[in-house]
Design a protein around this ligand. Structure first.
Ligand SMILES: Cc1cc2nc3c(=O)[nH]c(=O)nc-3n(C[C@H](O)[C@H](O)[C@H](O)COP(=O)(O)OP(=O)(O)OC[C@H]3O[C@@H](n4cnc5c(N)ncnc54)[C@H](O)[C@@H]3O)c2cc1C
Length: 557
Protein backbone atom coordinates (compact mmCIF):
# COMPACT_ATOMS: atom_id res chain seq x y z
CA UNK A 1 0.00 0.00 0.00
CA UNK A 2 1.28 3.43 -0.92
CA UNK A 3 0.80 5.94 1.86
CA UNK A 4 2.54 9.12 3.05
CA UNK A 5 1.98 11.94 5.47
CA UNK A 6 2.42 14.68 2.87
CA UNK A 7 2.13 14.00 -0.84
CA UNK A 8 3.37 16.85 -3.04
CA UNK A 9 2.04 16.69 -6.59
CA UNK A 10 4.37 18.58 -8.92
CA UNK A 11 8.16 18.71 -8.91
CA UNK A 12 8.77 22.17 -10.31
CA UNK A 13 10.18 24.82 -8.02
CA UNK A 14 7.07 25.18 -5.87
CA UNK A 15 6.70 21.43 -5.36
CA UNK A 16 10.37 20.82 -4.63
CA UNK A 17 10.52 23.71 -2.19
CA UNK A 18 7.35 22.49 -0.45
CA UNK A 19 8.67 18.92 -0.21
CA UNK A 20 12.01 20.09 1.15
CA UNK A 21 10.34 22.12 3.87
CA UNK A 22 7.83 19.43 4.82
CA UNK A 23 10.66 16.89 5.04
CA UNK A 24 12.56 19.21 7.37
CA UNK A 25 9.64 19.02 9.80
CA UNK A 26 10.25 15.30 10.24
CA UNK A 27 7.14 13.88 8.56
CA UNK A 28 7.02 11.30 5.76
CA UNK A 29 6.98 13.14 2.41
CA UNK A 30 6.69 12.00 -1.19
CA UNK A 31 6.78 14.02 -4.40
CA UNK A 32 5.06 13.02 -7.64
CA UNK A 33 5.49 14.43 -11.14
CA UNK A 34 4.19 13.55 -14.58
CA UNK A 35 7.63 14.33 -16.02
CA UNK A 36 11.09 13.71 -14.61
CA UNK A 37 11.41 16.55 -12.02
CA UNK A 38 14.00 18.70 -13.80
CA UNK A 39 11.84 18.74 -16.93
CA UNK A 40 9.17 20.79 -15.15
CA UNK A 41 8.36 24.15 -16.71
CA UNK A 42 10.27 26.04 -14.00
CA UNK A 43 13.27 24.88 -15.96
CA UNK A 44 12.34 27.26 -18.78
CA UNK A 45 12.37 30.46 -16.71
CA UNK A 46 14.90 32.78 -18.21
CA UNK A 47 15.00 36.26 -16.75
CA UNK A 48 15.36 36.04 -13.00
CA UNK A 49 13.88 36.29 -9.55
CA UNK A 50 13.03 39.44 -7.58
CA UNK A 51 14.12 40.59 -4.14
CA UNK A 52 14.81 43.93 -2.51
CA UNK A 53 18.29 42.97 -1.45
CA UNK A 54 20.44 46.07 -2.00
CA UNK A 55 20.82 48.82 0.61
CA UNK A 56 19.04 51.45 -1.47
CA UNK A 57 16.01 49.18 -2.01
CA UNK A 58 13.29 48.17 0.45
CA UNK A 59 10.65 45.49 0.78
CA UNK A 60 8.05 48.27 0.86
CA UNK A 61 9.15 49.46 -2.56
CA UNK A 62 9.02 45.89 -3.93
CA UNK A 63 5.58 45.41 -2.37
CA UNK A 64 4.23 48.67 -3.75
CA UNK A 65 5.51 47.91 -7.26
CA UNK A 66 3.75 44.53 -7.01
CA UNK A 67 0.50 46.09 -5.78
CA UNK A 68 0.58 48.65 -8.58
CA UNK A 69 1.53 45.96 -11.10
CA UNK A 70 -1.48 43.92 -9.96
CA UNK A 71 -3.72 46.91 -10.75
CA UNK A 72 -4.66 46.89 -7.05
CA UNK A 73 -6.23 43.44 -7.27
CA UNK A 74 -3.42 41.65 -5.39
CA UNK A 75 -4.03 40.87 -1.71
CA UNK A 76 -1.68 43.16 0.13
CA UNK A 77 -1.14 40.89 3.16
CA UNK A 78 0.21 38.20 0.81
CA UNK A 79 2.25 40.72 -1.18
CA UNK A 80 3.88 41.99 2.00
CA UNK A 81 4.94 38.44 2.84
CA UNK A 82 6.29 37.92 -0.68
CA UNK A 83 8.40 41.09 -0.55
CA UNK A 84 9.56 40.68 3.07
CA UNK A 85 10.62 37.04 2.67
CA UNK A 86 12.28 37.56 -0.72
CA UNK A 87 15.79 38.60 0.37
CA UNK A 88 16.15 35.58 2.66
CA UNK A 89 14.84 33.30 -0.09
CA UNK A 90 17.52 34.51 -2.52
CA UNK A 91 20.29 34.11 0.04
CA UNK A 92 19.01 30.64 0.81
CA UNK A 93 19.12 29.72 -2.89
CA UNK A 94 22.64 31.10 -3.12
CA UNK A 95 23.65 29.03 -0.10
CA UNK A 96 22.08 25.95 -1.71
CA UNK A 97 24.49 26.53 -4.60
CA UNK A 98 22.76 28.67 -7.25
CA UNK A 99 25.51 30.49 -9.19
CA UNK A 100 23.82 33.89 -9.54
CA UNK A 101 25.60 36.41 -11.76
CA UNK A 102 27.85 38.81 -9.86
CA UNK A 103 28.54 42.50 -10.40
CA UNK A 104 31.97 44.14 -10.84
CA UNK A 105 32.36 44.27 -7.07
CA UNK A 106 31.71 40.56 -6.70
CA UNK A 107 28.30 40.99 -5.14
CA UNK A 108 25.07 39.44 -6.40
CA UNK A 109 24.25 41.30 -9.63
CA UNK A 110 20.77 42.49 -10.48
CA UNK A 111 19.04 43.62 -13.66
CA UNK A 112 16.06 45.87 -14.42
CA UNK A 113 12.68 44.26 -14.99
CA UNK A 114 9.26 45.54 -16.00
CA UNK A 115 7.17 47.53 -13.54
CA UNK A 116 9.97 47.67 -10.96
CA UNK A 117 11.29 50.93 -9.53
CA UNK A 118 14.69 49.35 -8.70
CA UNK A 119 16.97 46.87 -10.43
CA UNK A 120 16.06 43.96 -8.15
CA UNK A 121 15.99 40.95 -10.43
CA UNK A 122 18.70 38.39 -9.60
CA UNK A 123 19.66 36.08 -12.41
CA UNK A 124 21.84 33.37 -13.87
CA UNK A 125 22.43 34.49 -17.49
CA UNK A 126 19.12 33.90 -19.23
CA UNK A 127 18.55 30.43 -17.77
CA UNK A 128 17.75 31.31 -14.15
CA UNK A 129 14.98 28.72 -13.74
CA UNK A 130 17.17 25.88 -14.92
CA UNK A 131 19.97 26.89 -12.56
CA UNK A 132 17.64 27.08 -9.56
CA UNK A 133 15.66 23.93 -10.38
CA UNK A 134 18.76 21.77 -10.68
CA UNK A 135 20.18 23.05 -7.41
CA UNK A 136 16.84 22.51 -5.67
CA UNK A 137 16.73 18.97 -7.07
CA UNK A 138 20.16 18.24 -5.58
CA UNK A 139 18.88 19.45 -2.21
CA UNK A 140 15.84 17.23 -2.55
CA UNK A 141 17.85 14.13 -3.49
CA UNK A 142 19.93 14.59 -0.36
CA UNK A 143 16.84 14.08 1.77
CA UNK A 144 16.15 10.65 0.29
CA UNK A 145 12.40 11.22 0.06
CA UNK A 146 10.18 9.07 -2.15
CA UNK A 147 9.89 10.41 -5.67
CA UNK A 148 7.22 9.13 -8.06
CA UNK A 149 8.72 10.20 -11.37
CA UNK A 150 6.48 10.03 -14.44
CA UNK A 151 3.32 9.37 -12.47
CA UNK A 152 0.22 11.16 -13.72
CA UNK A 153 -2.45 12.13 -11.19
CA UNK A 154 -5.96 11.59 -12.52
CA UNK A 155 -8.07 12.16 -9.42
CA UNK A 156 -8.03 13.63 -5.91
CA UNK A 157 -9.36 11.25 -3.30
CA UNK A 158 -11.58 12.12 -0.32
CA UNK A 159 -12.43 10.36 2.93
CA UNK A 160 -15.98 10.17 4.30
CA UNK A 161 -15.71 13.62 5.88
CA UNK A 162 -14.86 15.16 2.50
CA UNK A 163 -11.20 15.82 3.36
CA UNK A 164 -8.60 15.25 0.62
CA UNK A 165 -6.63 12.15 1.58
CA UNK A 166 -4.59 11.20 -1.45
CA UNK A 167 -4.72 10.71 -5.20
CA UNK A 168 -5.28 8.17 -7.90
CA UNK A 169 -2.29 8.25 -10.22
CA UNK A 170 -1.10 6.36 -13.29
CA UNK A 171 2.45 5.09 -13.43
CA UNK A 172 3.04 6.20 -17.00
CA UNK A 173 5.68 3.53 -17.64
CA UNK A 174 3.30 0.66 -16.97
CA UNK A 175 -0.07 2.36 -17.37
CA UNK A 176 -1.16 0.90 -14.04
CA UNK A 177 -3.34 3.00 -11.73
CA UNK A 178 -2.55 3.27 -8.03
CA UNK A 179 -4.27 4.66 -4.99
CA UNK A 180 -1.73 6.76 -3.10
CA UNK A 181 -3.03 7.75 0.30
CA UNK A 182 -1.86 10.82 2.18
CA UNK A 183 -2.88 12.88 5.19
CA UNK A 184 -2.36 16.03 3.12
CA UNK A 185 -1.87 16.75 -0.57
CA UNK A 186 0.05 19.80 -1.76
CA UNK A 187 -0.73 20.68 -5.37
CA UNK A 188 2.19 22.37 -7.15
CA UNK A 189 1.13 21.43 -10.64
CA UNK A 190 2.02 24.67 -12.42
CA UNK A 191 0.18 26.71 -15.04
CA UNK A 192 -2.31 26.06 -17.82
CA UNK A 193 -0.62 27.90 -20.68
CA UNK A 194 -1.58 25.31 -23.25
CA UNK A 195 -5.26 26.11 -22.92
CA UNK A 196 -4.14 28.77 -25.40
CA UNK A 197 -2.41 28.15 -28.69
CA UNK A 198 0.32 29.25 -29.06
CA UNK A 199 1.80 29.78 -25.61
CA UNK A 200 5.25 30.30 -24.13
CA UNK A 201 4.51 27.36 -21.83
CA UNK A 202 5.78 23.81 -22.23
CA UNK A 203 3.33 21.32 -23.75
CA UNK A 204 2.91 19.77 -20.29
CA UNK A 205 1.39 22.96 -18.82
CA UNK A 206 -2.20 21.75 -19.00
CA UNK A 207 -3.53 22.93 -15.64
CA UNK A 208 -4.25 19.42 -14.33
CA UNK A 209 -4.04 20.35 -10.65
CA UNK A 210 -6.35 23.34 -11.00
CA UNK A 211 -8.94 21.25 -12.81
CA UNK A 212 -8.73 18.34 -10.32
CA UNK A 213 -9.08 20.73 -7.38
CA UNK A 214 -11.95 22.58 -9.06
CA UNK A 215 -13.91 19.39 -9.72
CA UNK A 216 -13.28 18.35 -6.10
CA UNK A 217 -14.84 21.60 -4.84
CA UNK A 218 -11.90 24.02 -4.51
CA UNK A 219 -12.42 27.64 -5.50
CA UNK A 220 -10.65 28.98 -8.60
CA UNK A 221 -9.90 32.67 -8.19
CA UNK A 222 -9.38 35.46 -10.78
CA UNK A 223 -9.16 33.04 -13.69
CA UNK A 224 -9.90 35.82 -16.21
CA UNK A 225 -6.45 37.24 -15.45
CA UNK A 226 -4.30 35.72 -18.18
CA UNK A 227 -0.96 37.31 -18.90
CA UNK A 228 0.20 38.01 -22.42
CA UNK A 229 3.96 38.50 -22.57
CA UNK A 230 5.03 41.30 -24.93
CA UNK A 231 7.91 39.52 -26.63
CA UNK A 232 7.06 36.13 -28.09
CA UNK A 233 7.98 34.73 -31.49
CA UNK A 234 5.32 34.42 -34.16
CA UNK A 235 6.34 30.98 -35.40
CA UNK A 236 5.71 29.02 -32.20
CA UNK A 237 5.02 31.45 -29.36
CA UNK A 238 8.48 30.95 -27.83
CA UNK A 239 9.45 33.53 -25.25
CA UNK A 240 12.18 36.13 -25.52
CA UNK A 241 12.69 37.01 -21.87
CA UNK A 242 11.95 40.41 -20.39
CA UNK A 243 15.64 40.29 -19.44
CA UNK A 244 16.27 41.61 -22.95
CA UNK A 245 14.29 44.79 -22.23
CA UNK A 246 15.87 44.86 -18.79
CA UNK A 247 19.25 45.01 -20.50
CA UNK A 248 18.02 47.86 -22.73
CA UNK A 249 16.36 46.36 -25.82
CA UNK A 250 13.48 48.37 -27.27
CA UNK A 251 10.39 48.07 -29.44
CA UNK A 252 9.77 49.70 -32.82
CA UNK A 253 6.79 49.89 -35.14
CA UNK A 254 6.97 49.62 -38.91
CA UNK A 255 7.98 53.28 -39.20
CA UNK A 256 10.94 52.76 -36.89
CA UNK A 257 9.15 54.70 -34.14
CA UNK A 258 9.87 53.73 -30.53
CA UNK A 259 6.16 53.71 -29.82
CA UNK A 260 6.32 53.11 -26.05
CA UNK A 261 7.01 56.86 -25.69
CA UNK A 262 3.28 57.30 -26.45
CA UNK A 263 1.98 54.73 -23.99
CA UNK A 264 4.33 54.78 -20.99
CA UNK A 265 6.55 57.87 -21.21
CA UNK A 266 8.40 57.14 -17.96
CA UNK A 267 8.99 53.40 -17.99
CA UNK A 268 8.80 52.85 -21.77
CA UNK A 269 9.47 49.17 -22.60
CA UNK A 270 9.80 48.45 -18.88
CA UNK A 271 6.21 49.32 -18.06
CA UNK A 272 4.27 46.36 -16.76
CA UNK A 273 3.52 43.54 -19.18
CA UNK A 274 -0.19 44.26 -19.60
CA UNK A 275 0.61 47.85 -20.59
CA UNK A 276 3.32 46.89 -23.10
CA UNK A 277 1.23 44.09 -24.64
CA UNK A 278 -1.75 46.41 -25.12
CA UNK A 279 0.50 49.05 -26.72
CA UNK A 280 1.90 46.49 -29.17
CA UNK A 281 -1.55 45.17 -30.00
CA UNK A 282 -2.83 48.69 -30.69
CA UNK A 283 0.14 49.37 -33.00
CA UNK A 284 -0.53 46.09 -34.83
CA UNK A 285 -4.32 46.61 -35.01
CA UNK A 286 -3.92 50.17 -36.31
CA UNK A 287 -1.66 49.07 -39.15
CA UNK A 288 1.72 50.07 -37.79
CA UNK A 289 2.93 46.51 -37.28
CA UNK A 290 5.03 44.27 -39.49
CA UNK A 291 3.26 41.09 -40.52
CA UNK A 292 1.21 40.92 -37.31
CA UNK A 293 4.21 41.79 -35.13
CA UNK A 294 6.28 44.73 -33.92
CA UNK A 295 10.07 44.84 -34.06
CA UNK A 296 12.32 44.06 -31.12
CA UNK A 297 15.69 45.76 -31.44
CA UNK A 298 18.73 44.56 -29.46
CA UNK A 299 21.47 45.60 -31.87
CA UNK A 300 22.69 48.52 -29.76
CA UNK A 301 23.45 46.17 -26.85
CA UNK A 302 26.39 44.81 -28.82
CA UNK A 303 27.53 41.25 -29.48
CA UNK A 304 29.49 40.93 -26.27
CA UNK A 305 26.61 41.71 -23.90
CA UNK A 306 24.19 39.62 -25.93
CA UNK A 307 26.51 36.62 -25.82
CA UNK A 308 27.19 36.99 -22.12
CA UNK A 309 23.73 37.76 -20.80
CA UNK A 310 21.20 36.74 -23.45
CA UNK A 311 22.69 33.78 -25.30
CA UNK A 312 19.50 31.69 -25.18
CA UNK A 313 17.44 34.51 -26.62
CA UNK A 314 19.83 34.82 -29.54
CA UNK A 315 19.57 31.10 -30.14
CA UNK A 316 15.75 31.12 -29.98
CA UNK A 317 15.50 34.02 -32.45
CA UNK A 318 17.98 32.36 -34.81
CA UNK A 319 16.27 29.02 -34.69
CA UNK A 320 12.60 30.03 -34.81
CA UNK A 321 12.65 33.40 -36.61
CA UNK A 322 15.83 33.04 -38.65
CA UNK A 323 17.06 36.36 -37.24
CA UNK A 324 20.44 37.07 -35.63
CA UNK A 325 19.56 39.70 -33.01
CA UNK A 326 23.15 40.97 -33.05
CA UNK A 327 22.54 42.28 -36.56
CA UNK A 328 18.76 42.62 -37.07
CA UNK A 329 15.59 43.39 -35.09
CA UNK A 330 13.35 40.37 -34.53
CA UNK A 331 9.55 40.45 -35.04
CA UNK A 332 7.62 39.77 -31.80
CA UNK A 333 4.03 39.92 -30.61
CA UNK A 334 2.09 39.47 -27.36
CA UNK A 335 1.68 35.79 -26.48
CA UNK A 336 -0.05 33.84 -23.74
CA UNK A 337 2.44 33.35 -20.93
CA UNK A 338 1.00 32.98 -17.44
CA UNK A 339 -2.20 32.63 -15.40
CA UNK A 340 -2.47 35.02 -12.46
CA UNK A 341 -5.52 33.14 -11.22
CA UNK A 342 -5.61 29.66 -9.74
CA UNK A 343 -6.67 27.62 -6.72
CA UNK A 344 -7.59 30.04 -3.96
CA UNK A 345 -5.34 29.65 -0.92
CA UNK A 346 -4.50 31.54 2.24
CA UNK A 347 -0.92 32.71 2.90
CA UNK A 348 -0.04 29.19 4.12
CA UNK A 349 -1.21 27.48 0.95
CA UNK A 350 -4.39 26.18 2.57
CA UNK A 351 -7.37 25.80 0.23
CA UNK A 352 -11.06 25.67 1.16
CA UNK A 353 -10.86 21.84 1.15
CA UNK A 354 -9.59 20.14 4.28
CA UNK A 355 -6.30 18.34 3.59
CA UNK A 356 -5.59 20.20 0.35
CA UNK A 357 -2.84 22.78 -0.05
CA UNK A 358 -1.54 24.51 -3.18
CA UNK A 359 1.47 26.62 -4.15
CA UNK A 360 3.17 28.04 -7.21
CA UNK A 361 1.52 28.92 -10.50
CA UNK A 362 -1.46 26.60 -9.90
CA UNK A 363 -2.33 28.57 -6.74
CA UNK A 364 -3.76 32.04 -6.25
CA UNK A 365 -2.53 33.48 -2.94
CA UNK A 366 -3.12 36.23 -4.37
CA UNK A 367 0.11 38.14 -5.04
CA UNK A 368 -0.31 38.94 -8.74
CA UNK A 369 -3.87 40.27 -8.92
CA UNK A 370 -4.62 41.52 -12.43
CA UNK A 371 -1.05 41.42 -13.69
CA UNK A 372 2.10 39.65 -12.52
CA UNK A 373 5.40 41.50 -12.53
CA UNK A 374 8.19 39.63 -14.29
CA UNK A 375 10.46 37.67 -11.92
CA UNK A 376 7.85 37.61 -9.15
CA UNK A 377 6.70 34.12 -10.11
CA UNK A 378 9.90 32.24 -9.37
CA UNK A 379 9.88 34.17 -6.12
CA UNK A 380 6.32 33.08 -5.37
CA UNK A 381 7.24 29.42 -5.94
CA UNK A 382 10.00 29.46 -3.32
CA UNK A 383 8.34 31.74 -0.75
CA UNK A 384 4.89 30.15 -0.83
CA UNK A 385 6.16 26.65 -1.69
CA UNK A 386 8.12 26.72 1.54
CA UNK A 387 5.10 27.97 3.50
CA UNK A 388 2.76 25.35 2.03
CA UNK A 389 5.26 22.60 2.86
CA UNK A 390 5.59 23.80 6.43
CA UNK A 391 1.85 24.20 6.90
CA UNK A 392 1.05 20.77 5.42
CA UNK A 393 3.64 19.11 7.68
CA UNK A 394 2.17 20.82 10.71
CA UNK A 395 -1.37 19.92 9.65
CA UNK A 396 -0.72 16.17 9.25
CA UNK A 397 0.37 15.90 12.87
CA UNK A 398 -3.27 16.29 13.88
CA UNK A 399 -4.66 13.83 11.33
CA UNK A 400 -5.39 10.27 12.43
CA UNK A 401 -5.48 7.13 10.29
CA UNK A 402 -6.32 7.70 6.65
CA UNK A 403 -9.46 5.87 5.61
CA UNK A 404 -10.36 6.06 1.96
CA UNK A 405 -12.44 3.68 -0.05
CA UNK A 406 -10.81 1.46 -2.70
CA UNK A 407 -13.79 2.44 -4.84
CA UNK A 408 -11.85 5.56 -5.88
CA UNK A 409 -9.33 3.33 -7.63
CA UNK A 410 -11.95 1.05 -9.18
CA UNK A 411 -13.93 4.01 -10.50
CA UNK A 412 -10.85 5.53 -12.13
CA UNK A 413 -9.93 2.15 -13.63
CA UNK A 414 -13.40 1.85 -15.08
CA UNK A 415 -13.31 5.40 -16.46
CA UNK A 416 -9.97 4.88 -18.17
CA UNK A 417 -10.93 1.45 -19.45
CA UNK A 418 -14.02 3.10 -20.90
CA UNK A 419 -11.92 5.74 -22.65
CA UNK A 420 -9.63 3.11 -24.16
CA UNK A 421 -12.59 1.03 -25.38
CA UNK A 422 -14.30 3.89 -27.18
CA UNK A 423 -14.71 3.26 -30.87
CA UNK A 424 -13.07 5.51 -33.45
CA UNK A 425 -14.21 9.08 -32.78
CA UNK A 426 -13.01 12.66 -32.41
CA UNK A 427 -9.26 13.32 -32.25
CA UNK A 428 -7.99 14.96 -29.06
CA UNK A 429 -5.31 16.90 -30.95
CA UNK A 430 -7.88 18.56 -33.21
CA UNK A 431 -10.06 19.56 -30.27
CA UNK A 432 -7.06 20.89 -28.37
CA UNK A 433 -6.02 23.05 -31.30
CA UNK A 434 -9.54 24.42 -31.83
CA UNK A 435 -9.77 25.24 -28.13
CA UNK A 436 -6.39 26.96 -28.07
CA UNK A 437 -7.04 29.02 -31.16
CA UNK A 438 -10.49 30.03 -29.91
CA UNK A 439 -8.99 31.23 -26.63
CA UNK A 440 -6.26 33.23 -28.38
CA UNK A 441 -8.73 34.81 -30.80
CA UNK A 442 -11.54 35.61 -28.35
CA UNK A 443 -10.00 35.78 -24.88
CA UNK A 444 -6.80 37.64 -25.70
CA UNK A 445 -5.19 41.00 -24.92
CA UNK A 446 -8.52 42.67 -25.77
CA UNK A 447 -11.92 41.04 -25.21
CA UNK A 448 -15.56 41.97 -25.81
CA UNK A 449 -18.72 40.41 -24.42
CA UNK A 450 -19.58 39.25 -27.91
CA UNK A 451 -16.22 37.50 -28.39
CA UNK A 452 -16.49 35.90 -24.98
CA UNK A 453 -19.97 34.54 -25.75
CA UNK A 454 -18.62 33.12 -28.98
CA UNK A 455 -15.79 31.45 -27.05
CA UNK A 456 -18.28 30.12 -24.52
CA UNK A 457 -20.38 28.51 -27.24
CA UNK A 458 -17.30 26.99 -28.86
CA UNK A 459 -16.02 25.54 -25.59
CA UNK A 460 -19.48 24.00 -24.99
CA UNK A 461 -19.35 22.45 -28.44
CA UNK A 462 -15.86 21.09 -27.76
CA UNK A 463 -16.99 19.64 -24.44
CA UNK A 464 -19.78 17.82 -26.25
CA UNK A 465 -17.38 16.52 -28.87
CA UNK A 466 -14.98 15.47 -26.10
CA UNK A 467 -17.54 12.81 -25.12
CA UNK A 468 -16.71 11.12 -28.43
CA UNK A 469 -12.91 11.44 -28.29
CA UNK A 470 -11.15 8.17 -28.89
CA UNK A 471 -7.70 7.06 -27.83
CA UNK A 472 -5.73 5.78 -30.82
CA UNK A 473 -3.20 3.81 -28.80
CA UNK A 474 -5.00 1.04 -26.93
CA UNK A 475 -1.95 -0.18 -24.98
CA UNK A 476 -1.08 0.66 -21.41
CA UNK A 477 2.70 1.18 -21.57
CA UNK A 478 3.76 4.83 -21.92
CA UNK A 479 0.45 5.72 -23.52
CA UNK A 480 0.98 9.44 -24.10
CA UNK A 481 -2.10 9.40 -26.30
CA UNK A 482 -4.24 8.48 -23.30
CA UNK A 483 -2.51 11.12 -21.19
CA UNK A 484 -3.29 13.80 -23.82
CA UNK A 485 -6.96 12.84 -23.73
CA UNK A 486 -7.05 13.13 -19.93
CA UNK A 487 -5.23 16.48 -20.06
CA UNK A 488 -7.69 17.79 -22.63
CA UNK A 489 -10.58 17.22 -20.24
CA UNK A 490 -8.77 19.34 -17.65
CA UNK A 491 -8.02 22.08 -20.17
CA UNK A 492 -11.61 22.27 -21.41
CA UNK A 493 -12.88 22.73 -17.85
CA UNK A 494 -10.38 25.52 -17.28
CA UNK A 495 -11.12 27.21 -20.60
CA UNK A 496 -14.76 27.27 -19.55
CA UNK A 497 -13.85 28.91 -16.23
CA UNK A 498 -11.56 31.51 -17.84
CA UNK A 499 -14.31 32.53 -20.25
CA UNK A 500 -17.03 32.59 -17.59
CA UNK A 501 -14.86 34.68 -15.26
CA UNK A 502 -14.00 37.09 -18.09
CA UNK A 503 -17.70 37.50 -18.89
CA UNK A 504 -18.46 38.05 -15.22
CA UNK A 505 -15.92 40.85 -14.68
CA UNK A 506 -17.54 43.79 -16.45
CA UNK A 507 -14.60 46.21 -16.21
CA UNK A 508 -11.00 46.50 -17.44
CA UNK A 509 -8.25 45.84 -14.94
CA UNK A 510 -4.70 44.51 -15.33
CA UNK A 511 -4.50 41.96 -18.11
CA UNK A 512 -8.29 41.80 -18.47
CA UNK A 513 -9.24 44.49 -20.99
CA UNK A 514 -12.90 44.50 -22.02
CA UNK A 515 -13.41 46.84 -24.96
CA UNK A 516 -17.09 47.02 -23.97
CA UNK A 517 -16.14 48.01 -20.39
CA UNK A 518 -12.94 49.99 -20.98
CA UNK A 519 -12.48 51.51 -17.50
CA UNK A 520 -11.35 50.15 -14.19
CA UNK A 521 -14.40 50.19 -11.92
CA UNK A 522 -13.25 50.23 -8.30
CA UNK A 523 -16.75 50.92 -7.01
CA UNK A 524 -18.06 47.59 -8.30
CA UNK A 525 -15.03 45.50 -9.12
CA UNK A 526 -12.28 45.98 -6.58
CA UNK A 527 -13.04 42.31 -5.96
CA UNK A 528 -11.77 38.88 -6.77
CA UNK A 529 -13.85 36.55 -8.87
CA UNK A 530 -14.21 32.99 -7.62
CA UNK A 531 -15.56 30.05 -9.60
CA UNK A 532 -17.11 26.91 -8.06
CA UNK A 533 -17.72 23.73 -10.00
CA UNK A 534 -21.27 22.63 -10.65
CA UNK A 535 -22.46 19.99 -13.09
CA UNK A 536 -24.10 22.76 -15.11
CA UNK A 537 -20.89 24.80 -15.35
CA UNK A 538 -18.96 27.27 -13.21
CA UNK A 539 -20.83 29.29 -10.61
CA UNK A 540 -19.31 32.76 -10.20
CA UNK A 541 -19.08 34.85 -7.07
CA UNK A 542 -16.81 37.53 -5.61
CA UNK A 543 -14.48 37.92 -2.63
CA UNK A 544 -13.06 41.11 -1.11
CA UNK A 545 -9.52 42.30 -1.86
CA UNK A 546 -7.25 42.68 1.19
CA UNK A 547 -5.82 46.18 1.39
CA UNK A 548 -3.25 46.87 4.11
CA UNK A 549 -1.67 50.22 3.28
CA UNK A 550 -1.83 51.05 -0.42
CA UNK A 551 -5.14 52.59 -1.49
CA UNK A 552 -5.97 52.23 -5.18
CA UNK A 553 -4.63 55.00 -7.43
CA UNK A 554 -4.66 55.65 -11.13
CA UNK A 555 -1.97 53.48 -12.69
CA UNK A 556 0.62 55.20 -14.89
CA UNK A 557 4.07 54.12 -16.06
C1 LIG B 1 9.28 30.34 -20.90
C2 LIG B 1 9.01 30.83 -19.50
C3 LIG B 1 9.89 31.72 -18.91
C4 LIG B 1 9.62 32.20 -17.61
N1 LIG B 1 10.52 33.06 -17.05
C5 LIG B 1 10.32 33.47 -15.76
C6 LIG B 1 11.28 34.30 -15.10
O1 LIG B 1 12.32 34.64 -15.64
N2 LIG B 1 11.00 34.69 -13.83
C7 LIG B 1 9.87 34.32 -13.18
O2 LIG B 1 9.68 34.70 -12.03
N3 LIG B 1 8.96 33.53 -13.78
C8 LIG B 1 9.16 33.09 -15.05
N4 LIG B 1 8.23 32.27 -15.64
C9 LIG B 1 7.11 31.76 -14.85
C10 LIG B 1 7.61 30.67 -13.89
O3 LIG B 1 8.66 29.96 -14.49
C11 LIG B 1 6.51 29.68 -13.52
O4 LIG B 1 5.36 30.36 -13.12
C12 LIG B 1 6.98 28.78 -12.37
O5 LIG B 1 8.24 28.22 -12.67
C13 LIG B 1 5.97 27.71 -12.08
O6 LIG B 1 6.52 26.81 -11.16
P1 LIG B 1 5.63 25.69 -10.49
O7 LIG B 1 6.54 24.96 -9.57
O8 LIG B 1 4.41 26.28 -9.96
O9 LIG B 1 5.19 24.75 -11.71
P2 LIG B 1 6.03 23.96 -12.83
O10 LIG B 1 7.47 24.26 -12.80
O11 LIG B 1 5.31 24.15 -14.10
O12 LIG B 1 5.88 22.45 -12.36
C14 LIG B 1 4.65 21.77 -12.41
C15 LIG B 1 4.87 20.34 -11.96
O13 LIG B 1 3.63 19.69 -11.82
C16 LIG B 1 3.70 18.41 -12.38
N5 LIG B 1 2.35 18.01 -12.79
C17 LIG B 1 1.43 18.74 -13.47
N6 LIG B 1 0.31 18.03 -13.67
C18 LIG B 1 0.52 16.82 -13.09
C19 LIG B 1 -0.27 15.64 -12.98
N7 LIG B 1 -1.50 15.52 -13.50
N8 LIG B 1 0.27 14.58 -12.32
C20 LIG B 1 1.54 14.65 -11.80
N9 LIG B 1 2.31 15.75 -11.90
C21 LIG B 1 1.80 16.81 -12.53
C22 LIG B 1 4.67 18.56 -13.52
O14 LIG B 1 5.22 17.32 -13.89
C23 LIG B 1 5.69 19.50 -12.89
O15 LIG B 1 6.63 18.76 -12.14
C24 LIG B 1 8.48 31.78 -16.93
C25 LIG B 1 7.60 30.89 -17.53
C26 LIG B 1 7.86 30.41 -18.80
C27 LIG B 1 6.86 29.49 -19.43
Amino acid sequence: MLQHDVLVVGAGLAGMRAALEAKKQGVDVAIMSKVYPVRSHSNAAQGGINAALSEDDSWESHAFDTVKGSDYLGDQDAIEILAKEAPQAIIELENFGVTFNRDERGRLGSRNFGGASHARTYFVGDFTGQAILHVMFEQLLRTGLTSYDEWFVTQLVKDDSGAIRGVVAMDIRTGQLHLVKAKAVVLATGGMGRVYEPSTNALICTGDGMALAYRAGALLMDMEMVQFHPTTLKANGALLSEAARGEGAYLLNKDGERFMFKYAPNKLELASRDVVSRAEQIEINEGRGVDGCVLFDLRHLGAEKIMERLPQIRELALEFAGVDIIHEPVPVRPGMHYIMGGIKTDVWGKTNLDGLFAAGECACVNVHGGNRLGANSLLETVVFGKRAGAAAAEYVKSVGDVRVSEAWLRDEEARIEGLLKRPEGEKAAALRLEMGQTMTRNVGVFRTGEQLLEAQAKIQELKQRYQRVSVGDKGRIFNTNLQFVLELENMLDLAEVVVASALFRTESRGAHTRLDYPNRDDANWLKHTVATYTAAGPKLDTRPVTITRWEPQERKY
